[in-house]
Design a protein around this ligand. Sequence first.
Ligand SMILES: Nc1ncnc2c1ncn2[C@@H]1O[C@H](COP(=O)(O)OP(=O)(O)OP(=O)(O)O)[C@@H](O)[C@H]1O
Length: 349
Amino acid sequence: MSSLVLDNLSYQYNGTAVIENLDLTVAKDEIVCLLGASGCGKTTTLKAIAGLIEAKQGKVFIDGKLVSDEQLFLAPEYRNIGMMFQDYALFPHLTVADNIAFGLAKMPKAQKQQRVDEMLELVHLIGCAKRFPHQLSGGQQQRVAIARALAYKPSLLLLDEPFSNIDTQVRFELIADIRRIIKAQRVSAVFVTHSKEEAFAFSDTLAVMHRGKIAQQGTAEQLFSSPSSKVVAEFLGQGIYLDAEALTATEYNTAYGRVESFAARGSQAQLGQIYIRPHHLLLTAVSIGEEGINTVTIINSRFIGSHYVYKVMIAQQEIEVAAQLDQSFKENDQVTIKIKPHTVNFFAS
Ligand SMILES: Nc1ncnc2c1ncn2[C@@H]1O[C@H](COP(=O)(O)OP(=O)(O)OP(=O)(O)O)[C@@H](O)[C@H]1O
């Protein structure tokens, strides 16, 4: 059974559609990231799942139970969800232990103490039980927040940009740690962010949102290598479009030579564009007799320790290409560009 199903969900603010016919499924024990540009409707979707807003169009099921549709609306406290936000939202006047125990009011005292101890151990804060939130670092406060959200064993955890107030230096350690904690508790989660790096590090699958809809859901590798639309391709990484003509199912002709694909083209169309990412490109010195063929100019060059990064202009679009240390070029050098064989993303025109 899925932990969460959103079926044809829509929501408007003052008559403006913010979520439109959105479908999303979160499997048991899965962490799904809602990823998308600012204003695409991520937080609104999370609020509709939590019951913080009433979505009258479409259905929300949590653990197979209908919690919201045109007629029914269950308040957040009846949805068995845990929530975690970017501003920690801990109670400042309560100790760490009391913050964690907050949702366990109805539990017998001894059991409550045991659960708080378990959670403190899980988040590595055993020695901090009697401290107050202001005596903790940002990362420690988020550990308390996750302990509090998980203490009453919710079916589903909702996280809205929980790492954005954490220093970049410790952020990715905290992300790995909170992922470990969620996996250890076998809880499903929906995580909202606009950061691809956080999404890659934290989630099992990504759901890219665009204008109130899920554009595509899949693993990072699936979305990266087989984006279903230009929106997904562009969101997942810097690249450029080249006009292309399909020659065979696996070969294309472009202004920069022929490109071979590892996978057959999905569409019947012959004309369109292919999306090229930096790692598909190879820059080499111009060989004698090949001057002018597939050449580009180095706009600028940066040495970053393990390799060089060269900015070049291809089909009126700038792109930065990494090259090994033995490929040393300087500004204004002419170089030959080659598109390596790869799984080509072709979009029919
Ligand atoms: N209370 C509100 N009243 C009116 N419009 C709102 C309200 N809250 C959000 N919106 C609008 O709804 C749209 C979606 O907002 P939402 O907060 O869901 O986006 P988001 O994808 O989470 O963005 P961000 O990454 O910037 O947090 C935006 O255009 C926003 O301005």
